[in-house]
Design a protein around this ligand. Structure first.
Ligand code: SAM
Length: 231
């Protein structure tokens, strides 16, 4: 998988308590390494059990810094550090309307739902029907019934609920899909891995009064975005 070494599948052995300890240790590590800054994102990462979003045979590896395979054609759950890496520069906060393109396991949507709270809204899109059903079941089982789930090409965005204060694209594109830029209001931000030759750069864009302002965050490695404006 994309240059990552995926650990071998095996029957899970860890208890709920062991996962809780690993989760707390991971959150401390993310804070110490500078990825995690905001208290709201910290609380969300502590609350959502990542192991609940991972296929059974990979569950013991929930808090390892590797992407793990998901049901579906090309889906993975991203490494644990990816979530603060994306959500901190986005400035994800309470009350915002958030669109995720690339639902995967549903974990990122659950974390975002904790951050935006009941006064906000999470809309999450997934193109692969098998991956979509996996995420939907995970979110239902963990009690996230109010995330709006859309099984469709996320490069087109989701016009019925636009505009979105924040958009996260969790797969790599050649450029941010124009329909997603159109669904951002003034002050709105979008983050995505963008191909630069054979490598990828995590790019943040914000709509300002004078146009789109763009900044580069760091090199990353993600599966390719599919769909009309995909790779
Ligand atoms: C790295 S995974 C997402 C991880 C996810 N955020 C999570 O927390 O598990 C990228 C996902 O984007 C999906 N994807 C790729 N192109 C897409 C598109 N055009 N629209 C919606 N989803 C897409 C893939 O099927 C895959 O599930």
């Amino acid at each position: 998988m994309l240059g990552w070494i995926v650990p071998p599948p095996r029957e899970p052995t860890k208890t709920k308590e062991e996962f809780a300890c690993e989760r707390a240790a991971k959150v401390d590590e993310l804070a110490a390494s500078g990825y995690l800054k905001s208290e709201r994102i910290r609380q969300a990462l502590l609350k959502v059990g990542r192991e609940e979003f991972i296929p059974r045979l990979y569950r013991d590896y929930s808090y390892l810094e590797v992407p793990l395979p998901l049901p579906g054609a090309r889906a993975t759950i991203s490494c644990p550090h990816s979530y603060p890496l994306f959500y901190e520069p986005l400035g994800l906060e309470a009350g915002q309307k958030f669109l995720e393109v690339g639902l995967g396991s549903g974990y990122g949507a659950a974390v975002a739902r904790e951050v935006v709270g009941k006064e906000g809204l999470v809309v999450a899109m997934e193109i692969d029907p098998v991956t979509f059903q996996f995420a939907k079941a995970n979110l239902e089982e963990t009690g996230y019934h109010d995330v709006v789930l859309v099984n469709a090409d996320g490069t087109l965005g989701y016009p019925p609920l636009q505009p979105y204060d924040r958009i996260s694209i969790t797969a790599a594109c050649n450029a941010i899909p124009p329909p997603l830029l159109d669904q951002l209001p003034l002050g709105g931000r979008v983050i995505a891995p963008v191909f630069a030759g054979n490598t990828q750069m995590l790019v943040l864009m914000e709509r300002t009064e004078t146009g789109m302002r763009s900044s580069e965050i760091c090199p990353v490695l993600y599966v390719s975005l599919q769909g009309k404006y995909g790779v």
